[in-house]
Design a protein around this ligand. Structure first.
Ligand code: PEP
Length: 246
């Protein structure tokens, strides 16, 4: 039985007073839930959130990490530094990083390995664009991203994967539960070929316009173990409802 997992990706949003109000309202809203829950603010707010989350069960994560351990790399933040700030999770290979920062599968693989060495649990993001889906290439694109990032990992323990179709991120156009389930089942098949021992325990999250209104039907699918949530995670009521639905 896989424990549901719901992760908030704040992207480049946040401000001191806003963060405090959001986290306090979210924790107050969150009553009965069995999902693991992670908040990923921008790097500079990790310390503030670590304090706000205090002894609650809600965990802290980052949105990216460097592929390098340490050195003269201006602007980079290492996985170990994130660990020092209290992060336990890190998102790796988000489509916005692939698109705007030209992150390759090889770079994503190096980041995954750094994260695991530092004791962080990485969440590997994969997903196809609208054009790729229309060309019938969705599965081959996702498979190439998975193999490119995971081929050299010794095993698939200590990892989660988020399927985030690029056309559904921030657009309000969520994949249907059936479309998402079909891709999740495909992803589980691909990872089974890589590591049959751990594939059935691996948590597969869906991301792309998840809201309070569509979360339950997505989570009802056999291979959808939770969500990576962008926009709706900036609204305490909406995010608490998604966590409760998981
Ligand atoms: C995301 O940023 O990973 C995401 C899924 O965003 P949204 O929920 O806003 O589509």
């Amino acid at each position: 039985m896989r424990q549901p997992l719901v992760i908030a990706n704040w992207k480049m949003h946040g401000k001191g007073a806003f963060n405090q109000a959001l986290v306090e309202a979210f924790l107050a809203e969150l009553k009965e839930y069995r999902a693991q829950c992670v908040l990923c603010p921008p790097f500079v707010y990790l310390g503030q959130l670590a304090e706000l989350l205090g002894s609650s069960d809600v965990m802290l994560g980052a949105q990216d990490c460097s592929h390098i351990a340490e050195g003269a790399y201006t602007g980079e933040v290492s996985a170990q530094m994130l660990r020092d700030c209290g992060a336990q999770w890190v998102i790796v290979g988000h489509s916005e990083r692939r698109q705007y920062h030209q992150e390759s599968d090889a770079l994503v693989a190096a980041k995954l390995s750094m994260a695991q060495h530092a004791g962080l649990t990485p969440v590997l993001c994969v997903g196809e664009t609208q054009e790729q889906r229309e060309a019938g290439e969705a599965e081959s694109v996702v498979k190439a991203q998975l193999l490119g990032a995971l081929d050299d990992l010794p095993d698939l323990q200590g990892l989660a994967i988020a399927y985030e179709p690029v056309w559904a991120i921030g657009t309000g156009l969520s994949a249907s539960p059936e479309q998402a389930q079909a891709m999740h089942a495909f992803i589980r098949d691909v990872v089974t070929d890589l590591d049959a021992t751990n594939a059935s325990a691996l948590r597969l999250l869906y991301g792309g316009s998840v809201k309070a209104g569509n979360a339950a039907e997505l989570f009802a699918q056999a291979d959808i173990d939770g969500a990576l949530v962008g926009g709706a995670s900036l609204d305490a009521d909406a995010f608490a409802a998604i966590v409760s639905a998981a």
